[in-house]
Design a protein around this ligand. Structure first.
Ligand code: IMP
Length: 436
């Protein structure tokens, strides 16, 4: 086993940052695939918090190489800030970062359009609840074959031409959505700033796909880090309430330019409960005070936007769908500690729709919204001892919860996390060592 994909099994924010950080101990290279600064990974190392949006969560291990795949959409200014933050902590020195030259660049007009659409959506009931980071518009430009790639930042004339072509189509839309057309001076500054950022990022940029392929061919351990979660996948998630990239394991191959036969196993990350940010169906959502209690206990506020996350009980049908979509060989269960002191814990084991019981969500989001969750209740537990290192160290009710979820999800747990620190972890299977 040398190539492992870590992927969110829910709607994002599953605690991938901590798991990737732990697995990076065994990896030589960590590759972030898909998305952009819509993601936010919070790492707590020796009590100090580091939030990354673009740089892989493996960054805290000096000497490992961090790659940003060609399938990403990169805001060059955010990336420069992140590199500076990491370097001020002695991390991410030059030969530890490689930015794929094929990744697309997020420009200010992508963010402008994203925000205007969300504002308009708020009045028409069609908002997605995006992060407003320009992710959708940047992927739209890519699909329309008008995007600016990292490699283009070396060619000022080409960037000017592409930006002009994009704005030519976009300005009527900006005006239609109630925005103001950017002035010539503003556009010139956008371009100059992007080119200047490109100059600073050039020493870190290169052929990421070939680097990853060579690393795999050399028998080294490569860890792919997904962003968001399977249920936000553009093709298979709760469309239209999804992000604009491929968040499932297949996205790793697509982003890095390697074939599926290169992948040894996929680890899905799931919280012991569920959260979702933005709009879209969420059958196990807990409304009111109880939801607020879970939000506070879990610190469920977006690492990127600060938005309060919607909180709910663990949704096994949705989890099974994630397991299927990404071909997960194992799951890492996170934030088990957050469920302490609740008295009783519920889990959705199936959905009921039009008199039928379903073990996976229906495909139409309107049906998901109509579906009734079937809950099983578990006795709760009080605070988990932070020194739990084995499932046998867990209080009996917490252990029963973990055993039942594992059985009903259909794949084994490779890890159970019960606190933000690296030490608050029960390690069960090493995905780089075992055949899972
Ligand atoms: P976008 O990716 O900014 O276009 O947002 C599309 C949807 O994906 C919205 O519901 C966002 O809240 C959600 N989303 C995007 N990134 C994340 C993430 O990292 N965690 C959780 N939700 C996310």
């Amino acid at each position: 086993m040398s190539v492992v994909i870590v992927v969110g099994a829910q709607w994002g924010d599953e605690g991938k940052g901590k798991v990737v950080d732990l697995f990076t101990e065994r990896a030589d290279t960590v590759v972030r695939y898909g998305g952009g600064a819509n993601a936010g990974h919070t790492l707590v190392i020796e009590g100090k918090k580091l939030v990354t949006h673009l740089v892989p969560s493996g960054v805290c291990h000096p000497g490992k190489s961090c790659v940003l795949g060609d399938g990403m959409v990169i805001d060059p200014h955010t990336l420069l800030e992140e590199i500076a933050d990491c370097q001020s902590r002695g991390l991410l020195m030059r030969n530890e970062l490689l930015i794929g030259l094929g990744a697309h660049v997020i420009l200010p007009y992508h963010k402008l359009l994203d925000g205007l659409r969300e504002d308009r959506g708020a009045t028409t009931g069609r908002a997605i609840g995006t992060t407003r980071r320009g992710i959708g518009p940047a992927y739209e430009a890519k699909a329309a074959r008008k995007g600016v790639r990292m490699r283009d930042l070396e060619k000022p004339a080409r960037v000017r031409e592409l930006v002009a072509a994009n704005l030519d189509e976009m300005i009527p839309l900006i005006l239609h959505l109630g925005g103001t057309a950017p002035s010539k001076a503003e556009v010139a500054k956008w371009i100059d700033d992007a080119l200047a950022a490109g100059d600073k990022l050039r020493p870190y940029s290169g052929d990421a796909g070939r680097h990853v392929a060579r690393t795999i061919a050399a028998g080294k351990h490569v860890l792919f880090e997904g962003a968001q979660g399977c249920l936000l996948d553009l093709d298979h998630g709760t469309y239209p309430y999804v992000t604009s990239s491929s968040t499932i394991a297949a996205g790793a191959c697509q982003s890095a330019g390697i074939g599926p036969t290169q992948i040894d196993t996929v680890v899905g990350i799931t919280k012991a409960y569920a959260t979702r940010v933005g709009e879209g169906p969420f059958p196990t959502e807990i409304k009111g005070e109880a939801g607020e209690r879970l939000r506070i206990a879990g610190g469920e506020f977006g690492a990127t936007t600060g938005r309060p996350r919607r909180c709910g009980w663990l949704d096994l049908p949705a989890l099974r769908m994630g397991v299927r979509l990404s071909g997960m060989g194992s799951l890492a269960l996170t934030k088990l500690d957050v469920l302490a002191n609740l008295g009783e814990v519920s889990v959705c084991v199936a959905y009921k729709l039009d008199g039928k019981e379903l073990d996976e969500p229906p495909t139409d989001p309107e049906d998901i919204a109509r579906a009734e969750p079937v809950f099983t209740k578990f006795p709760g537990w009080t605070k988990l001892p932070s020194e739990c290192r084995d499932v046998t160290d867990l209080p009996a009710p917490a252990r029963a919860y973990v055993d039942t979820i594992q059985r009903m999800a259909g794949v084994p747990f490779c890890l159970v996390s019960h606190g933000p620190d690296r030490t608050e972890t029960i390690r069960l299977i090493d995905p780089f060592a075992a055949a899972i």
